[in-house]
Design a protein around this ligand. Structure first.
Ligand code: MRU
Length: 343
């Protein structure tokens, strides 16, 4: 599919339903799930048809609209009538705080007497804000990158993950446009291969020179290819600056420190969770053993193999050189600097 931007692809509101791009099939197949009720939205979030912290928040906001419409109420809707839908969607994935943020925001509209039509306006606005914030973050992040740089990214943080132009990947694309980049590397990102399937696809579409590496090549890549920046998104950044992101991010940040590279975390402020003090308190999603023992349904490990499958890790703030948000950049983030950014 020839498309220089994936921004408008993952979630499309279509009058009476939400079209969700099934990212599990990419890049081989472009197929949309027609979500006509919130249960379908929950399943799409839980089963990774839609993924990426901001995108699942936006999907859930539209899910609230579907739940509200199903009530057939002509006027303000009581929060109590919607609680089951809010709870079901929030439980779909625990680490990405944008999901809880979007549902809380929609709940606030209900408390203020919103109708189903007003909820739709709010969901569309959340989606639009994401687009604008992504564009701002891309400019802030690109400014930090010296011309001639090589960068590494983990997971997928482009339009597919946000509904805008992306977080970390938008910075990379913007830096490429500004001729600051020599090359970008994408870690394949086991076990769902978001890097191999989605990031390469988006980099290709944007015309950015890139190569794919296996996750375990990251330290050796740094030693041999002179990486200047690790640029990643996050699913939750807490009050002291610790950042939860796709498993493999912590390893990349550690390797960066050992090889003189810097680490940039790019997030909209909806990914900030100031109610959580430090990274050890972030709930880390663990997924099924089969994702590792039988990737893509193809048996690999002997039957009965026991597995530990955390799908996120936490990079401590002291390994982060720059936190890039739509409100501005925080260098060497810590509790005080983040509080100041948000004040
Ligand atoms: O399990 P996923 O694919 O939802 O994980 C996505 C990530 O880890 C991204 O890096 C993160 O959501 C931030 S980017 C928008």
């Amino acid at each position: 599919m020839a498309n220089s931007s994936t921004e408008s692809l993952p979630l499309l509101w279509r009058d009476d339903h939400l079209a969700i791009l099934d990212q599990r099939l990419l890049p081989q197949e472009v197929h949309y799930i027609e979500a006509r009720d919130y249960h379908t939205v929950t399943a799409a979030i839980r089963d990774l048809a839609v993924r990426g912290a901001p995108a699942i928040g936006i999907a859930a906001a539209y899910g609230v609209v579907l739940a509200a419409r199903a009530l057939g109420v002509d006027g303000p809707i009581a929060l109590s009538q919607m609680q089951a839908a809010l709870d079901e969607m929030e439980a779909a994935r625990p680490t990405a705080v944008n999901l809880a943020w979007a549902l809380r925001y929609m709940a606030q509209q209900l408390e203020q007497g919103a109708t189903a039509d007003e909820l739709l306006k709010t969901a569309l606005q959340i989606h639009q804000d994401e687009r604008e914030n992504n564009a701002t973050m891309a400019r802030h992040g690109a400014e930090l990158i010296e011309p001639g740089s090589r960068v590494l990214t983990v997971c997928n943080t482009g339009g597919l993950a946000t509904g805008g132009s992306g977080t970390a990947l938008a910075v990379i694309v913007e830096a490429w446009r500004q001729e600051r980049l020599v090359e970008a590397f994408s870690a394949e990102t086991r076990p769902w291969f978001q890097g191999a399937r989605l990031t390469t696809w988006e980099l290709q579409n944007a015309g950015v020179a890139h190569r794919l590496v296996v996750d375990s090549a990251v330290p050796w890549l740094m030693k041999n290819q002179g990486i200047d920046w690790v640029i990643v998104g996050a699913d939750r950044v807490v009050a002291n600056g610790d950042a939860a992101n796709k498993i493999g991010t912590y390893a990349a940040a550690l390797a960066a420190k050992a090889h003189g590279a810097k680490t940039m975390v790019v997030i909209p402020t909806t990914t900030l969770d100031l109610n959580t003090a430090e990274g050890s308190q972030i709930p880390i999603e663990e997924r099924s053993a089969e994702e590792i023992t039988a990737p893509g349904g193809r048996p690999l490990a002997p039957e009965g193999t026991r597995v530990w499958n955390p799908v996120f890790d936490v990079t401590p703030a002291h390994l982060i050189d720059a936190l890039v948000t739509e409100r501005g950049v925080v260098l060497e983030p810590n509790r005080e600097k983040i509080a100041r950014l948000m004040s």
